[in-house]
Design a protein around this ligand. Structure first.
Ligand SMILES: NC(=O)c1ccc[n+]([C@@H]2O[C@H](COP(=O)([O-])OP(=O)(O)OC[C@H]3O[C@@H](n4cnc5c(N)ncnc54)[C@H](OP(=O)(O)O)[C@@H]3O)[C@@H](O)[C@H]2O)c1
Length: 330
């Protein structure tokens, strides 16, 4: 597995990491046993980045990771957590006191003195644009509560604002074949600034698995049932903001462009990881088979898969089916 520099830190992270929202909540039931098996399968496959958040299952995801890593002496895994959604996303809640309380809770959940990396969890633009935000985060670093910080964002404009800040280690943004806007400015700006990019929702919440049909249904406690139109949080977090039927057609077109033996999710992850400026892709996995397949997709980067042919298909499909609806929004 390729390992890449994590911004200006001395750490590195795998080209394909693991998203662990699934191990918390909002994706139907994932048992503690399955969660531990997903973490182990990923680590055993060379994954050295786990992305989590204090709100995933109200600490469930962080606690599973903490217990798993405590039993894995000498590991080199970077845990990127997030903070800022335990209260309403109002600018007045992003105070140094709340930052301390939130990071103290994550330190306890993860069982560490110093958090490797904390990302603000999609805060309002006013917070991303405020000098006081970064002063407070710098204090957390000086206090040893966190080693580094970043910002998870919804829009390209927010990403550019965060990238411009000197001590930001990473920006996390939705980037996948159904969401190409980051190619325009965000990835070049991040590369120039040495800011790491984590590409989230890389499989468009599973639409790019190529497994779903018009008959596919999701559990009532799965956001793919209850947030299709942005009822609970930003619509872009569910299926990348793409209408389900439109996404099915686009996924089928992309799958048809692939040589036999290469699956759509593997091609998608390798394509994302191969774009300049991307540091790590963080697919979520609900079971061991998915975790192993996703990590194994990194091999496509080295084994002759024609990623530029897939790139052409991605642009064709996006321009024809998706650009008009998606490009102006995020
Ligand atoms: N605001 C934020 O900062 C934010 C928001 C969203 C996500 N994230 C992070 O980004 C991570 C990734 O995004 P995501 O989980 O929302 O979406 P995603 O990675 O695009 O999709 C995950 C889903 O894809 C399917 N899948 C995964 N691997 C597969 C494989 N090998 N073959 C077939 N299907 C596969 C599974 O669907 P099934 O469930 O149908 O099996 C899985 O639940 C999250 O876990 C989280 O860490 C952060």
């Amino acid at each position: 597995m390729q390992q890449r520099a994590l911004g200006h830190t001395r750490r590195s992270v795998s080209a394909i990491g693991l998203g662990t929202w699934q191990l918390g909540a909002d994706w139907g039931q994932v048992s503690e046993q399955d969660a531990a098996a997903v973490l182990a399968a990923s680590a055993d496959s060379g994954v050295t980045l786990f992305d989590t958040a204090d709100v995933y299952g109200d600490g469930r995801s962080e606690s599973f990771i903490g217990r798993f890593l405590a039993a894995r002496a000498g590991h080199d895994i970077v845990v990127a957590t997030k903070m800022g959604r335990r209260l309403a996303q109002e600018p007045e809640n992003y105070t140094p006191e709340n930052f301390r309380a939130w990071t103290d809770r994550s330190r306890a959940n993860l069982g560490v003195e110093t958090l490797d990396l904390v990302q603000l969890h999609c805060p309002p633009s006013a917070v991303i644009d405020d000098d006081a935000t970064y002063e407070a985060l710098d204090e957390l670093v000086a206090e040893g509560r966190i080693a580094a910080y970043g910002v998870s964002v919804e829009t390209s404009a927010q990403a550019l604002a965060a990238i411009a800040r000197p001590h930001v280690t990473n920006v996390q943004i939705i980037f996948n074949p159904f969401r190409l806007k980051p190619l325009d400015e965000v990835l070049p700006a991040a590369e120039a600034a040495g800011v790491a990019i984590f590409a989230r929702v890389p499989l468009a919440s599973g639409l790019l698995s190529g497994r779903y049909t018009a008959q596919t249904t999701f559990a009532a406690d799965d956001h793919r049932s209850y947030n299709r139109h942005g009822e609970a949080f930003d619509r872009g977090e569910t299926f990348s903001g793409v209408d389900f039927e439109v996404g099915l057609k686009a996924a089928a077109e992309l799958a048809a462009s692939l040589p036999s033996g290469v699956t759509l999710p593997a091609a998608t992850l390798a394509w994302i990881a191969s774009r300049r400026g991307v540091t790590s892709v963080i697919p979520g996995a609900r079971n061991v088979a998915q975790a192993q397949a996703n990590a194994a997709a990194a091999a496509l980067l080295d084994d002759g898969f024609d990623v530029e042919a897939f790139d052409r298909a991605v642009h064709e499909v996006y321009d024809r089916d998706l650009r008009a609806a998606i490009h102006p929004l995020w």
